[in-house]
Design a binder for this molecule. Structure first.
Ligand code: DPZ
Ligand code: ZN
Length: 374
């Protein structure tokens, strides 16, 4: 069955694209930031908070949901959307990345990757077919193939061998879920480390198989920032023109704007949620460390340029007090703000692309976050 085109480009500004992705749970205006909902919750906030901050699509981690509560339990409860009461689109990663990042004990082979649960030490095997089955049980709108993400700094020979395995696994994922098999989309993941020729080879192999979208993996995994930006500039515009392009695990505000100017449409990163919980807040004037004593009696809003519930309602003095007192409310209010900042950033990018002013937005973010580009 021929699939209708799921992605439409509405405007361009250089390589930057303003687009629209259609999914079974609604359309996604791109460029878009996806809050990370690791085990079926975006930590410290509820679905109503997510809607209030402008979230369109969120991310779930297959590895974590498979181990707890279990993908088959989620399927019996009606799928992840119903289970967590999120009615918008959901993207799930394949779990391979978490296997590598959370498990010392793992065995990589042609069949798949064997690992022990970080929860109870039980043994498991993720194969391409298994991770597709898990994501079908979860019912995510966008599924990711099983891939191997070579550690940052891996040598060229290892990266070359690894991308071959990633391609063979991607082909098995596609065979397990052929185009048109259902309403879920399947995205391929381009690997190839910091080597342009290997990146192009990985992309050519994946494009030959054919996916509804294409991700750049293997970045923001410990490589030098200059190497990430070099690969981003080389590969972003080379990804298939009429498919959504997803930069996995990225990134800082400047990384995101740089990704957009290089043709990326979708981003996910734990920075806004994780840093909210350690008091690092993103604002129009750069990062604010809310625990600093200077805020003890500061009645001003966290960010006068932000219209989120936190900035509309509370002072920096109160936010500092909650953080220092280790109040649970601190996590929620800080997360609401940080997510709103990242979601507003991509919303402003959508407007900037339509107006042809992406360069001005990038200059503004580079000035507010000079440390990001280092
Ligand atoms: N930075 C990254 C974050 C990620 N969640 C992933 C991933 O899930 N798969 N493959 C990847 O290469 C990858 C890189
Ligand atoms: Zn705010």
């Amino acid at each position: 069955m021929e699939r209708q085109n799921i992605f439409t480009i509405l405007a361009r500004d250089g390589h930057a694209r303003r687009g629209r992705l259609s999914t079974a749970h609604g359309t996604v205006e791109t460029p878009v930031f996806m809050p990370v909902g690791t085990v079926g919750s975006v930590k410290a906030v509820c679905p109503a908070d997510l809607k209030d901050v402008g979230a369109q699509i969120i991310l779930g981690n297959t590895y974590h949901l498979y181990l707890r509560p279990g993908d088959e339990l989620v399927a019996r409860r009606g799928g992840l959307h119903r289970f967590m009461r999120w009615d918008g689109p959901i993207l799930t990663d394949s779990g391979g990345f978490q296997v590598f990042s959370l498990n010392e004990l793992r065995r990589l082979g042609e069949e798949g990757v064997e690992f022990r649960s970080h929860l109870d030490g039980s043994r498991h095997l993720f194969t391409p077919e298994k991770v597709v089955s898990i994501q079908r049980n979860l019912g995510s709108d966008v599924m990711m193939v099983l891939d191997e993400c070579p550690p940052g700094g891996s040598d060229r020979d290892y990266v070359a061998r690894s991308l071959g395995l990633t391609t063979r696994w991607a082909r098995r994922c596609r065979e397990a879920y052929p185009a048109g098999a259902g309403e879920q989309h399947l995205f391929g993941i381009v690997q190839g480390g910091i080597y342009e020729d290997l990146r192009e080879e990985s992309l050519a192999q994946l494009a030959g198989i054919g996916f509804e979208g294409y991700a750049l993996g293997g970045l923001s995994v410990g490589e030098k920032k200059a190497d990430m930006y070099r690969i981003l500039a080389h590969m972003g515009p080379r990804l298939p023109e009429n498919a959504p392009r997803y930069l996995m695990g990225v990134g800082t505000p400047l990384d995101i704007v740089t990704g957009i100017e290089n043709g990326i449409d979708m981003f996910d990163c734990v920075l806004p949620t994780r840093n909210a919980r350690n008091g690092t807040l993103y604002t129009s004037q750069g990062k604010v460390n809310i625990k600093r004593a200077e805020f003890r009696e500061d009645d001003s809003p966290l960010d006068p340029a932000c219209s989120c519930y936190t900035c509309r309602t509370f002072s920096r003095a109160y936010l500092r007090h909650l953080y220092v007192a280790k109040e649970i409310l601190s996590f929620r209010l800080n997360t609401i703000h940080n997510l709103r900042y990242f979601l507003d950033l991509t919303a402003r990018a959508r407007t900037a692309i339509e107006a042809g002013t992406m360069a001005a937005l990038k200059a503004e973010i580079a000035a507010a976050y000079p440390e990001d580009g280092a």
